[in-house]
Design a protein around this ligand. Structure first.
Ligand SMILES: Nc1ncnc2c1ncn2[C@@H]1O[C@H](COP(=O)(O)OP(=O)(O)OP(=O)(O)O)[C@@H](O)[C@H]1O
Ligand SMILES: [Mg+2]
Length: 256
């Protein structure tokens, strides 16, 4: 699968706050790339810039070799990029199935309105999407719960539904913003397997996470950000033992 991401001298200012400053990064397909840094470092800002939710102040963003720096969010989604949110954003009263199907409506042709009006072409498309959504839900081990309201699920399962929704469009790049925050060890281990599987399928993964053991276990390459600037990059082991990263972020070296 193709679909690597390149950030070139990316910059973002919010008034006087520099949230991204001369950021150069590569997120290649088939690998999990880590992005770490203290609160307010600018990690989520990078996801928002890449997905077109924020406008870029300077620099450029390339996906699969194409310049998407100023492309609108819907075009970026269509090109094969998807994200999850740091704070879970599901429709709590809707079923798992409906939550996952929302992910399709960025791509389908007859439109959400037609689907709501239950026009015949839209009904056919909706059935096909339903089958695909059920296949995805089955793959994530939640088939028995497909009709349950998402809000009643455990935290770990809600995070899974978020990832399924992001996967509905079969993206080539997935940006995961703290996917295991608040999870217990079992949920987090299950999520690690899910993320490994996505990379094994050839997708490019950018993983933002504060759990350094999780990052070390998954990431081929790690970038460390502080105050909007990259302060280190390299293997997880090298970055996490870098004195600059320890000083800015970790406080003390990660004991093996
Ligand atoms: N929409 C916005 N308007 C103004 N300032 C913003 C906006 N989004 C982010 N910022 C500021 O940009 C900086 C980076 O924020 P960002 O959310 O990207 O950090 P983060 O690394 O994701 O932190 P955390 O680990 O807490 O999620 C912060 O100073 C934040 O207050
Ligand atoms: Mg964030």
């Amino acid at each position: 699968m193709t679909g690597g991401l390149e950030l070139r001298a990316l910059g973002k200012r919010f008034g006087g706050v520099v949230a991204a400053d001369d950021v150069n990064m590569s997120v290649p397909p088939g690998r999990i790339t880590g992005l770490i840094g203290p609160n307010g470092a600018g990690k989520t800002t990078i996801v928002n810039l890449v997905t077109g939710m924020l406008s870029v102040s300077s620099g450029s963003i390339l996906f699969d070799g194409r310049d998407i720096t100023h492309a609108p969010a819907h075009a970026i989604a269509r090109a094969g990029l998807a994200r999850t949110f740091q704070n879970i954003r599901l429709m709590p009263e809707a079923s798992i199935l409906d939550n996952v199907m929302v992910g399709f409506h960025r791509h389908e042709t007859s439109g959400l309105l037609a689907a709501l009006l239950r026009l015949p072409a839209a009904a056919r498309e909706t059935r096909a999407m339903r089958d695909r959504a059920m296949a995805l839900i089955g793959r994530f081990g939640l088939a028995a719960l497909a009709d349950h309201p998402a809000g009643g699920l455990s935290y770990g399962h809600q995070r899974r539904v978020e990832i399924m929704r992001a996967l509905a469009t079969d993206p080539r790049l997935i940006l995961l913003d703290e996917p295991v925050a608040g999870m217990n060890d079992v949920e987090s281990a299950e999520m690690a397997e899910v993320i490994r599987g996505l990379a094994a399928e050839g997708r490019a993964i950018l993983l933002i996470e504060h759990d350094m053991r999780f990052v070390t276990g998954l990431c081929a390459h790690v970038y460390a950000l502080d105050g909007g600037r990259l302060i280190a990059e390299g293997s997880a082991r090298a970055v996490l033992s870098d004195p600059v990263v320890i000083e800015a972020y970790l406080g003390s070296p990660l004991d093996a």
